[in-house]
Design a protein around this ligand. Structure first.
Ligand SMILES: [Zn+2]
Length: 292
């Protein structure tokens, strides 16, 4: 039985445009149109960077409870809550877990990836078996965790928190799939051939607790800028890569989303083994989140 699970979905007000609002029926319509069986729904607005969006953990839990067979809630905790490196988050983690949340994300504060307050959250997430899906954007303002070239801060966290699963996402994470990362486009969508020796493949080889989602423009760009490299990458890391969309607009329903088109093409043109493809489409997500 084939299936498609989106590890990266959103509801509510996800972008600053006040006329945009993804209600849960719109999300279900998109899933039906694109052949997606289940979607993990990720809150954003616990972070001050997303405070005026409307999609916090409560919104997500409520929406997911209307479609328990289709939607899987994640929860979000801001690492700055309590503002200390030993803040105890267990009251939140316990509550969210008991209410069905399967992971933490989308974690995107404008902080260093290995800020002590972040390491503290990662460690506690691991104790509760909650994978952490993060967005990385190395720019001064806006949102997204920060890291230096070669991702030493991510490596620090992977080493310090071996019991925590990290799901990589976002422009800077995916720019680092290549060893040559353009300084003027490190938070964008660098094109052209991928030079071997990049931080992402290096860290994925070294740390079994690093996973990745191939959602959004960033994942799509990394998978399409150098097709030969991407297929080798997907094959090598087939046990830790997750399909996702990161669709953020109501009107996305009117076209076939790029990440869905990408995975369909892999299947139709038989570019990967069926076994590898099924893992990326749904089996990895099931295993990681203990879905069924
Ligand atoms: Zn997202």
């Amino acid at each position: 039985m084939g299936m498609l699970i989106d590890v990266h979905g959103h509801i509510g007000r996800v972008v600053p445009d006040r006329s945009e609002f993804i209600d849960v029926t719109n999300l279900i319509t998109k899933m039906d149109a694109w052949g997606i069986d289940k979607t993990c729904v990720l809150p954003l607005s616990e972070h001050p960077e997303g405070a005026y969006l409307e999609c916090d953990t409560e919104d997500v839990i409520t929406a997911c409870s209307r479609y328990p067979d289709r939607l899987i809630p994640f929860c979000l905790i801001d690492p700055r809550y309590g503002n200390r490196p030993d803040m105890d988050f267990s009251h939140l983690l316990e509550e969210y877990k008991s209410r069905g949340c399967k992971g933490i994300g989308e974690l995107l504060p404008k902080m260093d990836f290995d800020d002590p307050r972040c390491l503290n959250l990662y460690r506690q997430a691991g104790k509760y078996n909650m994978p952490v899906l993060f967005d990385m954007q190395d720019r001064e303002y806006g949102y997204g965790l920060r890291d230096d070239y070669g991702l030493p801060k991510l490596e620090h966290a992977l080493r310090e928190c071996p019991d925590t699963i990290f799901i990589g996402h976002g422009p800077t994470f995916w720019a680092e799939i290549s060893s040559d990362v353009p300084s003027d486009n490190r938070s964008g969508y660098p094109g052209g051939p991928i030079k071997p020796g990049g931080a992402v493949p290096r860290l994925m080889r070294k740390y079994p607790n690093l996973w990745a989602d191939i959602s959004a423009g960033s994942g799509y760009n990394a998978m399409t800028r150098d097709p030969v490299f991407a297929l080798e990458f997907l094959d090598e890391f087939q046990d830790r890569i997750l399909f996702g969309t990161d669709s953020c607009l109501r009107s996305d329903v009117n076209h076939l989303y790029r990440n869905v088109a990408f995975i369909r093409e892999l299947r139709e043109k038989k570019k990967l083994s069926n076994e590898a493809l099924e893992k990326i489409e749904w089996k990895n997500c099931c295993r990681l989140l203990n879905l069924f």
